[in-house]
Write a protein that binds this ligand. Structure first.
Ligand SMILES: Nc1ncnc2c1ncn2[C@@H]1O[C@H](COP(=O)(O)OP(=O)(O)O)[C@@H](O)[C@H]1O
Ligand SMILES: [Mg+2]
Length: 242
């Protein structure tokens, strides 16, 4: 069969210009940060962490070649069950443990993925099996990824009642082995503000009008999510005391 027939564009990504599937591989454009993410994927292989694609090399067109992970990447809002969330947070812990003390983590606690969100996870049927999209990975603190994961998976700041969010937050942090409410609150605010700044920049500077409008509306949502977290500061800080 000619190779082209086996190619298909993978949609749903939020940033990479062109992500293709060819057979059992994924081809993605490389960027300034790719050397780091390739070294990370090699480390994860050495450590037998199986919740990430394997890095297979660079193809004749200069694209990175990764293993294709079978399953679905969810796009849109999902009400995750506790069991699914527990699988994700255990995978996050194993990812961090695999990078702790490595050269890549430098003087930081671990390597953070930095975009552990529903749009970067592969589900085999209903079971989360792998993270994808390691482009933003860099040295950092465990709590930074943990806070970002809670924000995006639980949709902190949506109209879901605070007591439900608190229960899940506590369950997931305890499953991870984390119990510092103050650090969790600080990391939530830090991560939200980081993404807000990116969105505000794009709302001004994205090349096309649709992207600017999309980013402006995202920025508005994030501002309201930050307000929600701020108005529940005491809840987060005391979440492990009960
Ligand atoms: N290794 C992989 N295995 C399976 N699907 C993948 C893989 N990498 C990317 N994809 C698919 O391609 C889409 C975009 O890829 P992603 O790496 O998230 O790029 P970005 O979000 O930067 O556009 C994902 O939503 C997913 O559907
Ligand atoms: Mg992605």
């Amino acid at each position: 069969m000619p190779k082209e027939l086996d190619e298909c564009k993978l949609v749903g990504g939020r940033t990479a210009a062109e992500v293709l599937r060819i057979g059992d591989t994924v081809r993605r454009p490389i960027g300034p940060h790719s050397d780091f993410s390739h070294a990370l994927l090699k480390l994860l292989k050495e450590k037998t962490f199986n919740g990430a694609p394997r890095f297979l090399g660079i193809d004749e067109k200069g694209r990175e070649v990764l293993t294709f992970i079978k399953g679905k990447v969810p796009h849109g809002e999902i009400d995750w069950t506790d069991d699914q969330l527990i699988v994700v947070v255990r995978m996050l812990k194993r990812f961090h443990d695999a990078t702790a003390g490595s050269v890549l983590a430098g003087n930081q606690e671990v390597v953070c993925h930095n975009d552990v969100a529903p749009w970067n996870i592969v589900l085999d049927d209903t079971i989360p099996v792998a993270f994808i999209d390691f482009d933003g990975a860099e040295p950092g603190s465990r709590v930074d990824d943990l806070a970002y994961f809670l924000w995006t998976f639980l949709r902190l700041g949506s109209d879901i009642p605070a007591d439900q969010q608190a229960r899940k937050t506590r369950l997931l942090c305890e499953t991870y082995g984390f119990s510092d409410g103050q650090a969790l609150y600080d990391a939530l605010i830090k991560q939200q503000n980081k993404i807000l700044a990116e969105r505000e920049m794009l709302a001004q500077e994205a090349p096309d009008k649709d992207s600017r409008e999309f980013s402006a509306s995202q920025a508005k949502n994030i501002r309201s999510e930050i307000e929600w977290v701020q108005s529940h500061k005491t809840l987060f800080e005391s979440i492990f005391r009960a």
